[in-house]
Write a protein that binds this ligand. Sequence first.
Ligand SMILES: [Zn+2]
Length: 147
Amino acid sequence: MTRYENLMSALHSLLAINGVIYFQPEELLELGEHHRRGEVRNELPPDHVLPSLAKVALIADTLRAHCGFALTVISAYRTPNYNTAVGGAPNSLHMKGRALDLAPVASGRASDLAKKAKALWNSQGQRWGLGVYPTFVHVDTGPGRTW
Ligand SMILES: [Zn+2]
């Protein structure tokens, strides 16, 4: 098996264990648009961050269920170099596989996503990290905080 296939297989099991139903392993291996465009290289996540990716995927999954419309992962694991290049925070949890950026699949849903994410974050006791941006939201398994 290739490294990608190994990661897919490991994530498949971890997502099932965590009860994730909407997000698929390949979505958690998203390398980001700047990588796809060939502007700056990202890398697949190291094995040790996979359990963390599956954990943050459960937050994403709960948000997806709460929204009632499809979300797509636009940024997942980042190498430190990639994180710097895309303007990530210096201690970004993306570098630990503990953060996901999520955008609505349908354009025009961004404000709905922001509202739903804030409501979910409040209803869950503000236990995780939520960043709201004009076109996407960031969720992470860090301490409860929002921006
Ligand atoms: Zn983020």
